[in-house]
Design a protein around this ligand. Sequence first.
Ligand SMILES: C[S@@+](CC[C@H](N)C(=O)[O-])C[C@H]1O[C@@H](n2cnc3c(N)ncnc32)[C@H](O)[C@@H]1O
Length: 291
Amino acid sequence: MTKTTQPAKQVNEVVQRAKKTLNDLDAKSWVKATKSWFVINPRSRSREQMSHPAKYPEELVRRFVTYFTKEEGWILDPFAGVGSTLVACRESDRNAVGIELNKEFVDIGQDVLESTAGNGYQALLQGDSLSSKELITEHFTEEAPLFDYVITSPPYWNMLRKSRGGNKSVHKEREEQGLKQYYSESENDLGNIEVYEDYIKGVTKILIRLSPLLSDKAYLTIVVQNMRDVDGILRPIAWDLARELSKDYDLRQEMIWCQDNKKLGCWGYPTTYVSNVHHHYCIILQKRPIE
Ligand SMILES: C[S@@+](CC[C@H](N)C(=O)[O-])C[C@H]1O[C@@H](n2cnc3c(N)ncnc32)[C@H](O)[C@@H]1O
């Protein structure tokens, strides 16, 4: 059990007197949300949602949006997939815009959103998030909102296209079930970039271009994993993105999302070290105040 250093009641009284500017949490929930690792096991997905190869859980989004925004805040997800961010925002009374390249995923996300109870305005736009500004300006015929927070998960390079032992069996399983193994064939899909450095540049460019759409000091959370390539070398996606993005945003922290309900694979036995990777990095950045 996590112990706090100050009694929550005491902290709460101090907060009552100060204005809550970041979120609507009481002191106890605030402290809990700041723990740098946590376990979230995704809820089961509908058959429709299963057709996306790498959806993240709504519970993960809810944990972050309730910490980094207040009710009715605006959230942006430039790699929205089947709209998990938007679903979580609806369930948490937040407004959200998602951008997703693949129309098939957009359609699934819109269906799921329609059947989700909650409040706020949520829109899932189809397009290349390199043009986020143009897509958002076009969507809001009147003035577009400034976003208070970004939460997103880009493709983990082209790893869905590579056979890497355990990954291969996941591919096989999905193939057998008639499910999609990749995001798309589009050349604008970051999951189709071959050269690692080009992929890092591609994600960085998209995320840095979002800056004018964000309110002053807005936070961003980027969910990624470091990946072992077919040659056995680890591609430190999370660390490389953190380094590149910190040239334009302030790097605040990393949090580790752990999953403890995944099957352990017997990779490498009995000769080679290959780990079962059941955690993701959540990189926390913040827009620099305009000087
Ligand atoms: C890791 S998935 C995100 C899944 C999402 N968080 C969810 O829960 O459904 C990455 C997504 O980025 C999309 N994508 C790749 N390149 C893109 C681009 N240039 N613009 C917009 N979306 C892109 C892919 O189609 C894929 O759905």
